[in-house]
Unconditional design. Sequence first.
Length: 107
Amino acid sequence: MSLPFTALADPTRRRILDLLRRRPHLAGEIGEALGLSQPGASKHLRVLREAGLVRVRREAQRRWYELDPAPLAEMDAWLAPYRRTWRESLDALERHLDEGRGPEEEP
C-alpha cells in the first residue's frame, strides 16, 4: 500500500486523479489541462500506473487513462480507524467547549 501513498504525495498526481475521477482522458488531454509537457505528463502517469491508481486502455494509437479505485478503497479502509480517532477527539473538544459556555453564550 505504500506505493499509492508515495504516488499521491505529489500534488500534480493528485490533480491528475481529480481529472480522471470525472472521466477517462488521453495523455495529451491531461498534459494540456494541467499545463504539463508530454514527457512530464507521461512521467506522472507512469508513477500512477505503477502504483495501481490508474489503468491504461489502448485504442489504436491512443492511450486512455482511467482511475482505478481499488487502491483508494484500500487506503480508505486503512485510514478508517484514524478518522474515528479524529472524530472522537473533536467530539471531546466540542463537549469540553460546550461545558465552559454559560447559558447566555449558547448559539
